[in-house]
Design a protein around this ligand. Structure first.
Ligand code: SF4
Ligand code: SF4
Length: 235
């Protein structure tokens, strides 16, 4: 499994693919060219090398060390990796998540938004679309219907995209937890596998760059953390 040695402290971050697939070691340029062609992803702020640079910088000091004065949420190194993945991620619109995802968790406000959008009473929306999660008391899921009732098979998209539930918004990286020392990748989501390949290659390139040697300046680290936290605002 790959190991990332970060500038100030060395940690091991295992990247796990759920399922049987393996990440191939393609050339960075080829992967990036393909990604740009497929997704039109050309925005500078999502450039994988820029994201990798900010990621290595952001994780070189802990949140406790650089946000002492801020009443801000504290995130772990793995959280920042997830944010970086989320920044690079481009959905390939394969529909796997919407056709096989189960359970799909719902917050009360997700159901309220759906009810409002469909112009039906909240009680009706609860009855029609939700069930109590069998394993987690007090948690709601979409009723077990695959594909998801709101998936448009012909258009390959979500019919309620603008108000889709939180768990759909944060999928795949910010929604898959389970370990605080690993970023989990869902093999059924080709976009997530591609993202991991790109991020790994970008990290390799950035780490080989001598300019990386001075990333532990607290002001720069703080800036890098804020840069990555933007991912949470873009959900
Ligand atoms: S609500 Fe939309 S995004 Fe979420 S699973 Fe259903 S179709 Fe997919
Ligand atoms: S499985 Fe991944 S790539 Fe496919 S539609 Fe869902 S989020 Fe997009």
């Amino acid at each position: 499994m790959p190991t990332f040695d970060l500038p100030m402290r060395t940690i091991s971050l295992d990247i796990i693919i759920i399922g049987k697939g393996k990440i191939e070691k393609d050339a960075y340029a080829k992967i990036l060219a393909e990604m740009i062609e497929k997704t039109g992803l050309t925005k500078l702020e999502r450039d994988p090398k820029k994201v990798a640079l900010q990621l290595l910088s952001a994780t070189s000091l802990s949140d406790w060390e650089v946000f002492r004065d801020l009443d801000a949420p504290r995130y772990t190194t793995v959280d920042y990796y997830r944010m970086a993945c989320h920044m690079i991620f481009a959905c390939q619109r394969c529909g796997n998540c919407c056709t096989t995802g189960d359970p799909i968790r719902l917050r009360p406000e997700d159901v309220a938004a759906i009810a409002k959008s469909l112009k039906i009473p909240l009680n009706k929306a609860l009855k029609k679309y939700t069930i109590q999660d069998p394993k987690k008391a007090g948690v709601l899921d979409f009723k077990h219907i695959l594909p998801c009732k709101f998936y448009d098979l012909s258009a390959k998209g979500c019919k309620i995209y603008d108000i889709r539930p939180w768990s759909c918004r944060i999928f795949p990286f910010l929604g898959i937890y389970g370990s605080e020392d690993r970023v989990l990748v869902n093999e059924l989501c080709p976009g997530s596998v591609e993202t991991m390949k790109i991020l790994k290659e970008a990290i390799k390139i950035v780490r080989a760059d001598a300019k990386m040697s001075n990333v532990a300046d607290p002001a720069k680290v703080r800036g890098a953390k804020l840069f990555l936290r933007e991912a949470l605002n873009s959900i």
